[in-house]
Design a protein around this ligand. Sequence first.
Ligand code: IMP
Ligand code: MG
Length: 178
Amino acid sequence: MRDSIDVLISEEQIQQKVTEIGEAISRDFAGQSVHLLGILRGSYVFMADLARKIDLPTTVDFIALSSYGEDTKSSGVVKLEIDLGISIHNRNVIIVEDIIDSGLTLSYLTRNLATRNPTSLKICTLLSKPSRRKVDIDVDYEGFEIPDEFVVGYGLDYAQQYRNLPFVGVVKDTGISE
Ligand code: IMP
Ligand code: MG
């Protein structure tokens, strides 16, 4: 049976915000190139849309990390599943993330990437749940701050489902308690 999903952020709101972020990146890095580094799997939809709103020489790569199993709570353990395909040395790296929750994933990743000598390292996230933060993260580009609810769609999953929804929504009846 499909869970029922309430729309939290509409497709139109997302597309408007992605356009704004793409324009901001294009302004901030005018005259330079950028290297988008998406965190699989949740960022793939945002990454694809964002890349097409950036008016600069742009390269893309992906890294796979996991801190979640088939549950809705962070295990607190971040595992590097697939490493960089392209060296980030001398590149303006923009990490592209779907959502920042505890911040543990990005805290691990930024420390790891900083040792690989990028020219610059920025963080771009579509969503953020500030009330859930366990470690401070400096976010350079942020789409929407959302309340402490488990969301799906536009790349985000619940047990690998719902990534293909064009909007961000809240799943009802999953028995999520926090
Ligand atoms: P953090 O390490 O706790 O910041 O977790 C970040 C990762 O947890 C994200 O990249 C998502 O994969 C996952 N995540 C956190 N909150 C949600 C949510 O509400 N829906 C789906 N995935 C989430
Ligand atoms: Mg993720």
